[in-house]
Write a protein that binds this ligand. Structure first.
Ligand SMILES: [Fe+2]
Length: 370
């Protein structure tokens, strides 16, 4: 049994300037980022490296078409090292850009042997959510299938993950909520995964603790209190990434892709939609499983006598109220289609469930969220 895996070497820097100096960033490097993230950083230090901005190739979460367009631009540039500075989308795209070229993006999905890394990658997260800096998976929307799918192999690891708390200084509140809830879900899904190990459990517990502490601080002291815990948020997201990189995520993430893909809902927000409902599903069908231990853990962290999941739901509702799927345009007929698409296409995630879930169970979760 695999106990634990860490791909990248993990660094921490207080500021972007410190990172540029530590990694000797210069004109041999190619940065992939967003205008609103990268340009403000340049006022302190400009490493004069090549830069490509993701949004110039389309908005929103990555698609295979967007990645192919960026690839054409990247291939015109002579560089030694890629530096991804951004959220999950930027880091996921960069993981694909540093691979050996194939006929098409579809070939990367067709056979893991086609996934071969050619250039070193440094991942600098600017949100505390995806954990992509530490994981070996990249997710994009496959436009022909209208479905988000992940590529996961050893070659998808970045070489370095660099945590810079300064990056969170400009994150708007909604993005903070949507990304940290994603990290929380990573930790929780890793904790209840059938592949949990003593190592993943340790990282998952600590991630859950730090994120909930941050939420309680925000609930009690207002949204700006989030900045007090920037480094904790960064660490929690990376801890959660380390946990799910070995244990895997499960049903919550599996359900998020059909809904998020069809209604263009950002990843964390789409996962949040199914979070509590999934936990309730396992509590109902497998009450003596890992969910029992999770509930006890939540009771401890949230100072609740019983129903830790209920206490979590209340806290989440206070820091980030949740809307139903129908508010995004989802219809009754989506339920069966989402359940089928999830069951057919997300076995990569569903196989990690400690208690098996089939189309019927998935439909139950989707229906409750309509
Ligand atoms: Fe996620």
């Amino acid at each position: 049994m695999k106990f634990f895996q860490v791909g990248p070497v993990i660094h921490g820097c207080e500021t972007f300037k410190e990172f540029v100096e530590e990694f000797e960033v210069d004109s041999n490097d190619l940065v992939l980022s967003n205008h609103y993230i990268y340009e403000p950083l340049l006022k302190d230090v400009d490493p004069k490296c090549h830069v490509i901005y993701q949004e110039e190739f389309g908005s929103g979460e990555p698609t295979d078409v967007m990645v192919a367009e960026i690839m054409k631009e990247v291939d015109k540039i002579d560089y030694n090292r890629m530096i991804a500075i951004g959220g999950g989308a930027v880091m996921d795209i960069a993981k694909i850009l540093v691979l050996k070229r194939t006929e098409s993006i579809d070939d990367l999905y067709a056979d893991p042997k086609n996934v071969v890394k050619e250039k070193p990658l440094i991942a600098v997260p600017t949100t505390a959510g995806t954990g992509s800096e530490i994981t070996n998976v990249a997710v994009m929307n496959r436009t022909k299938m209208n479905l988000k799918m992940g590529i996961q192999t050893q070659d998808m690891f970045a070489d370095y993950a660099v945590l810079i708390p300064q990056m969170l200084d400009t994150v708007p509140y909604k993005l903070y909520a949507n990304t940290t809830v994603d990290a929380l879900i990573h930790a929780v899904e890793a904790f209840i995964s059938k592949n949990w190990t003593p190592f993943t459990e340790m990282f998952a517990i600590h991630a859950i603790k730090l994120i909930l502490k941050g939420y309680i601080n925000v609930r009690d002291n207002g949204p700006d209190a989030r900045f007090e815990t920037n480094m904790d948020s960064m660490l929690a997201s990376t801890y959660a990434g380390l946990a799910f990189c070995t244990s895997g995520c499960g049903t919550v993430h599996a359900c998020s892709f059909a809904f998020g893909g069809k209604y263009h809902v950002p990843h964390g927000e789409a996962c949040y939609q199914f979070f509590i409902e999934t936990l309730r599903y396992f509590q109902k069908h497998d009450p003596e499983g890992r969910i029992k231990k999770l509930d006890a853990l939540l009771c401890k962290f949230l100072d609740a006598e019983s129903d830790g999941i209920g206490a979590l739901e209340t806290l989440l509702d206070q820091v980030a109220p949740l809307e139903k799927m129908s508010e995004y345009g989802a219809k009754e007929k989506d339920i069966a289609a989402f359940a089928k698409a999830t069951y057919d296409n997300q076995q990569r995630l569903l196989k990690n469930n400690a208690y098996p879930i089939y189309e019927e169970g998935l439909a139950e979760i989707f229906k409750a969220r309509l």
